[in-house]
Design a protein around this ligand. Sequence first.
Ligand SMILES: [Zn+2]
Ligand SMILES: [Zn+2]
Length: 220
Amino acid sequence: MTSPHHLHAVAAAWSLQAARTALAQLARAANRRAADDLLAAASILRAPVYGTRLSGGGHGDPTTGVLLAPPTAHETTWADLLQRSTGRLDWLADAIRCPTGLTVGRIREHIPALPPGTVRLVARHLADEDAWVRAAIRQPRPVEPLTGVPCPHCGERQLVVQTAGPVDAWTVICTTGRLCTGAGCPCGMPGAVEGVAHIWRRADVLGAVAGAVPANTEAG
Ligand SMILES: [Zn+2]
Ligand SMILES: [Zn+2]
């Protein structure tokens, strides 16, 4: 089943998957740095030059405590953020009866089977989650301008391609923010729904443009 809600949900899922991959990389890098710091600190303490200084130390030695202290408990780490995101996705997966503890990719694969009413909510959750993760990693959702191509709805050349995920999953949105008016709207979206932001498959928009090329050539 396809509706604008389905396209929005799948686009958000691809973007979220990429964002969470970036977040997981930050978490792994931070863990490595923390482990390296501990190893470096431990080797400094073992170094002969400090041997005399630490000889009277032991458990009460404040130097040892400071150098080997783990990150303080109130410090939010990348791993914490990833864990919170995973917790919310597990809740979402459970709500749509998709196995929990799996990646966002599994939720994405489940989207086509969802009825429009459900997928509308799923799309909003995924978009919110994507925005939350992307705010944390400071990376906006990846888009590229679709230069020179008129919007199938309003005709303005302000389309962008949402480029997360594989090319055949890319979608096009109109940045003018004009919403669909539902049945009778000239947008050509499959299952047009009133009040929804316009979204098309990239292949459909480019296909429509390619189909119009002979006319454009004659005119130009
Ligand atoms: Zn438009
Ligand atoms: Zn429309």
